[in-house]
Write a new protein. Structure first.
Length: 351
């Protein structure tokens, strides 16, 4: 069987389906943004991300300092998605011969900047050689009170579906960078055209983890019933929550938050805007559900948009378009083990 037939999450499910935890301190293993390990009245959160040159990043247009910053941020985001606080990271690198000491120092400058801003300690790691470019593996360790941790599996019928920030900008930033890379081929004096689209480039190259949203939820006394960060696309993440919560959902097209620059770029590239917002990925916003009685509190939270509600499992998962048509949701976001790259196409039949 080809790995592409299963995809990333199918492969993980297959490899770990009979995995049993033998330690009482292991509260949650594979299947969430972080593993959860009990330590008295505080639970430890552990997550790891692996980034490969040519798969996850292109150094033609990604500065090493930005890459270091983003590599740390995507790990912090996983911890926040469990309603926790990141505390430490370890960094392991595979380095090919084309990189100098100064290159790696620049990469680490970005990692250290992220750690300083988010109050995280860099406590160790490893280095080795690589024959095919740069490899970055970061493990983040966080913590949360035992009664505050949020997984993907707690969404209930009638819960409200919420999302922070706006969606699709990081994907449009990637398309813009790829377009300018193609245009620059063979032109050493080429100047990329980013005027008026700086927000899109920043969302792709220098995302931020939504610590502020976690803090606002805590101030409001709201503990989400389920939560994920949006790394692979809204559709994919929402389907994960519904699968693990044994639930369905309805989201509304006119409630999906989209920035003006994202809309302009989608029109310029001839892409469907809503499909890009649903499936683009790398926004690192928070997708979460809260009980219905939190409606008024959620409406007052800055940076949070109510986009739909959880249902019983039988109706399935769908988006309601502006004209009232119900379109089944399908995971079309980033899948590194798929046979082909995801395509952002018109959502005439499936979103």
């Amino acid at each position: 069987m080809e790995i592409s037939q299963l995809g990333e999450f199918g492969l993980i499910d297959r490899l770990t389906q009979d995995l049993e935890n033998v330690n009482a301190s292991t509260l949650k293993g594979v299947g969430d943004d972080c593993a959860v390990i009990r330590n008295h009245d505080t639970d430890i959160l552990v997550t790891t991300d692996l980034l490969l040159e040519g798969v996850h990043f292109d150094l033609t247009y990604v500065p090493l300092k930005h890459l270091g910053y983003k590599s740390a941020i995507v790990n912090f985001s996983d911890v926040y998605a469990m309603n926790g606080t990141p505390r430490q990271i370890t960094v392991s690198l595979g380095i090919s011969k084309r990189f100098t000491v100064e290159h790696i120092e620049e990469l680490f400058a970005g990692i250290r900047l992220a750690c300083r801003i988010y109050g995280v300690d860099l406590v160790g790691g490893d280095t080795t050689s690589s024959r095919q470019g740069l490899v970055i593996s970061i493990t983040c360790i966080g913590e949360a009170p035992a009664d505050k941790i949020v997984s993907r599996s707690g969404a209930k019928d009638t819960d409200l579906i919420c999302v922070s920030g706006d969606l699709g900008a990081a994907y449009m930033g990637l398309q813009l960078l790829e377009r300018e890379k193609t245009a620059s081929a063979g032109r050493p004096d080429f100047i990329p055209q980013f005027e008026g689209k700086e927000y899109l480039v920043e969302r792709q190259l220098k995302p931020e983890a939504r610590r502020d949203i976690i803090e606002e939820l805590a101030k409001a006394g709201i503990v989400p019933t389920a939560m994920m960060d949006i790394s692979d696309g809204l559709s994919s993440e929402l389907l994960h929550i519904c699968k693990q919560s044994d639930a369905g959902c309805r989201i509304y097209e006119d409630r999906i938050p989209i920035d003006y620059q994202t809309a302009i770029m989608a029109e310029e590239l001839g892409m469907n805007l809503v499909t890009a917002a649903l499936n683009g990925g790398e926004d690192y916003e928070l997708l979460f559900t809260v009980p219905l009685h939190c409606h008024d509190q959620i409406e007052k939270l800055p940076g949070v948009k109510l986009i739909g509600h959880i249902t019983k499992p039988s109706p399935g998962c769908a988006m309601i378009t502006r004209d009232g048509t119900e379109i089944p949701l399908r995971a079309q976001g980033w899948n590194p083990l798929a046979a082909t790259d995801p395509v952002v196409e018109s959502p005439e039949k499936e979103a």
